[in-house]
Design a protein around this ligand. Structure first.
Ligand SMILES: Nc1ncnc2c1ncn2[C@@H]1O[C@H](COP(=O)(O)OP(=O)(O)OP(=O)(O)O)[C@@H](O)[C@H]1O
Length: 718
């Protein structure tokens, strides 16, 4: 076979059978062919990620090289989870050779290597008044007079929400908007999502405009592209993926019903409507596989979740066989009562389980960060012996102005890094976009870096104090790159030089700034213990902060190593793809002292409800009543006494799935139980202990339905 080397390398590995279900097997072993699509449709806990990882292992066992496979996921967290699962299946060194990355990080490399970077941060064209008008029309705003269109800019008009509205309702128009480089530097900082889309758009354009010969091999060398979390992809991302996977095998997996990022521009419906015909019409190979068995929960949680979604169909045929426990639906008058209840339940379960139930078995989820912060405080005051941890799903700081600190760190790393200095000097008083462009152009003409040019030509001295460059030189020469303290001091100094703290206008952003520096300091200190050989922490940080664990506070926790773990408190959005034995979903309707109501849609509820393996508490505020989980009475429904949050489900998007789906009888309510903390209902405790301890003794209760062996096997180090 062509991959001699891989086969030789693999001789060091032991063969292990893949244990999986029949549909999983079909997805794992489907042929990898150019211009071919495998669409894995999968509900919660049906092994989407596990199956994709097994597929990677299988492909390698059939002779593919690790660098023939490119795996995309959407967020740093999901990339991390994918890598973790891959390491459990493959030998760690082999697993680390597979490129698992976010789509944005990969596109960023394409754009950077092709010096399109400048194009992105520069105003090129003025927007066409026709396009501007169609965008305004889309938003039901007044049209502009074509005479004034010359200076019309969208950046002052559109909020992030408005941009997202165009993005979702009219992807074609949005792409035109991206093409018209109406995005000045200030709007780049304002609409982070647009910057990301612009990046993807430029990378796609690069692929379209170039041929196989002119595209660097690191972009084209892959044979198979795998995309996890496909449901959360936007139209702009889909274009990029389709372009990149030309002549390659594309394998996608997702669950539209768990798509949470529609507010952020994900377009699961139009993506499915586009990708399937794209392959069908060209006569390409298309394989659709439905994973029909969940390994996460038994039938009670399944029925409850389907009712949360408001769907009459289920694609999951088989649930877990454990002792079923009823879902608890308890109501509260205020959040102190709710917090008190949750705290009592957790300590009751832990303290009466003979050590079988541990803090790590619990998660407390909410749609709201502030509620979780309050809950954590309450919990710590009450249960000082049980540890609780707030996990942040996304690296929030990357979405804020604080991310400019990375730019400043790049200058500390290398003052001749032009793009960074370009951004930094625009932070200075009296320095506008025009002047920075002039400096850039002149430095280019002189053949010098911006730093050298400004130091040597004294032309801009009146506006930019030359002392700045002397100070930066001093900083970069004296900084001890292996010393966390020295780096933080230098970062604070350079922030002062560029007036950065002055730019942080609100009290919140100052608090963020301080906590970011503190977090960074702790991460660097920890890094020194985990990677003692690393002498240049700055460059380690810069090459890893996008995709790695640094700054992710769950990383800090791993080293804390509480013997029984901690109770996790996190947002529903952050919890996607994760699972716990016992999950509390806090009520979502505002209480009196929390007056901003947050609307929650069916999919968010569905993701929250399907995080629990054995026991789910789905709390509610007293007056909050939800159709199909609290009532099926048609008169109540007619009188609008019960809310609906329902929207289209997977079956609406792919109607042919109805043929294989099972009915879910919405007219029958799932059965609820009384909370055991109040009634001390030991029947629940018994089932819970039975399930948790049985799993421990029985190697996670894995019951193989199909074993792929004999011909194809995967490998793990001996
Ligand atoms: N064939 C199998 N036999 C036993 N357990 C399995 C099998 N496939 C997957 N699992 C287990 O099921 C659980 C869920 O798997 P995984 O996280 O891959 O599902 P998922 O579909 O990606 O979940 P989600 O939809 O929530 O993101 C994991 O604990 C995994 O180990």
């Amino acid at each position: 076979m062509e991959n001699q080397n891989t086969e030789e390398d693999l001789s060091n590995f032991k063969e292990v059978d893949i244990i999986c279900t029949e549909p999983q097997k079909n997805a794992i072993t489907a042929d990898s062919k150019p211009n071919s699509l495998i669409n894995i449709i999968s509900g919660p806990g049906t092994g989407k990620t596990t199956t994709l990882c097994n597929r990677v292992a299988y492909l390698i066992s059939t002779g593919m090289k690790p660098n023939d496979i490119l795996v995309f996921s959407l967020t740093n967290q999901s990339v991390k989870d994918f890598k973790k699962t891959l390491c459990k299946i493959l030998d760690e060194n082999l697993a680390n050779e597979i490129n698992v990355t976010t789509i944005h990080s990969f596109a960023n490399k394409i754009v950077k290597t092709n010096s399109l970077y400048w194009e992105i941060i520069r105003d090129k064209k003025t927007i066409d008044s026709k396009i501007l008008n169609s965008i305004l029309q889309e938003l039901s705003l007044n049209p502009v007079n074509s005479d004034t269109s010359k200076n019309q800019t969208l950046q002052t008009k559109l909020t992030t929400n408005e941009i997202n509205k165009i993005k979702i309702n009219n992807p074609g128009l949005y792409k035109k908007y991206l093409n018209y480089e109406e995005l000045g530097l200030s709007s780049l900082l304002k609409h982070t999502n647009v910057v990301y889309d612009k990046l993807i758009y430029e990378a796609t354009q690069f692929l379209i405009m170039n041929t196989e010969e002119t595209i660097p091999s690191f972009i084209t060398n892959y044979k198979e592209i795998i995309v996890d979390e496909f449901q959360d992809i936007s139209a702009v991302l889909l274009d990029f993926i389709l372009e990149l996977s030309k002549n390659k095998q594309l394998t996608i997996a997702g669950d539209i019903d768990q798509s949470l990022y529609v507010f952020n521009g994900a377009t699961p419906d139009s993506n499915i409507k586009k990708i399937i015909p794209h392959y069908e019409q060209q006569g390409y190979n298309l394989t659709e596989i439905v994973l029909d068995e969940t390994f996460r929960f038994s039938k009670n949680i399944h029925k409850f979740s389907l009712n949360l979604l408001g769907t009459e169909y289920s694609l999951i045929e088989k649930t877990v066989d454990e002792e079923p426990i009823n879902v608890v639906r308890e109501q509260f008058e205020n959040n102190i009562d709710e917090f008190e209840f949750v705290c009592n339940e957790i300590s009751y379960l832990i303290n009466n389980s003979n050590g079988i139930i541990k803090p790590k078995n619990f998660a407390v989820l909410s749609i709201r960060n502030d509620v979780l912060d309050d809950f954590k405080q309450y919990f710590e005051n009450k249960n000082s012996e049980i540890k609780i941890k707030r996990i942040m799903g996304t690296q929030k700081w990357l979405e804020t102005k604080i991310s400019t600190l990375v730019t400043l760190m790049k200058i500390l790393d290398d003052p001749h890094d032009d793009p960074s200095l370009f951004v930094a000097i625009s932070l200075l008083d009296r320095v506008g976009h025009k002047l920075t462009m002039k400096i850039k152009q002149e430095s280019e003409e002189s053949g010098q870096s911006i730093f050298d040019y400004l130091m040597e030509s004294k032309k801009f001295n009146k506006i930019i104090d030359p002392e700045i460059f002397v100070k930066i030189n001093n900083l970069t020469n004296t900084i001890d790159r292996s010393d966390p303290g020295s780096i933080i001091v230098a970062l604070t100094e350079i922030s002062k030089i560029f007036n950065f703290t002055k730019q942080l206008k609100t009290k919140d952003s100052h608090i963020q700034f301080d906590s970011f520096l503190k977090n960074l300091y702790e991460s660097f200190k920890l890094l020194k213990t985990t990677h003692p050989e690393e002498t240049d922490l700055i460059s380690y940080f810069l090459s890893n902060y996008q995709s790695d664990f640094l700054l992710n506070d769950s990383f800090l926790d791993e080293s804390l190593n509480y013997s029984d773990g901690y109770v996790t408190a996190m947002t529903i959005h952050g919890s996607k793809g994760l699972e716990w034995d016992i999950v509390f979903v806090l009520s979502t309707v505002s209480f009196e002292n929390n007056i901003v109501p947050i609307s929650i849609n069916a999919r968010t509820n569905y993701v929250a409800g399907t995080r629990a393996k054995y026991l789910l508490y789905f709390n509610k505020y007293a007056s909050d009543k939800t159709m199909f989980i609290d009532t099926t009475n048609s008169i109540d429904i007619k009188n609008n006494l019960f809310k609906t949050y329902y929207e289209k489900t997977m079956i609406d998007y792919i109607p042919k799935l109805k043929e294989i789906a099972l009915p879910n009888d919405l007219k029958k309510l799932p059965i609820y139980s009384k909370p055991m903390g109040i009634t001390k209902n030991d029947a629940h405790m018994k089932s819970l202990l039975f399930n948790i301890s049985k799993r421990k003794n029985d190697n996670d209760l894995i019951k193989p339905t199909v074993i792929i062996n004999g011909i194809k096997k995967l490998y793990r180090k001996v």
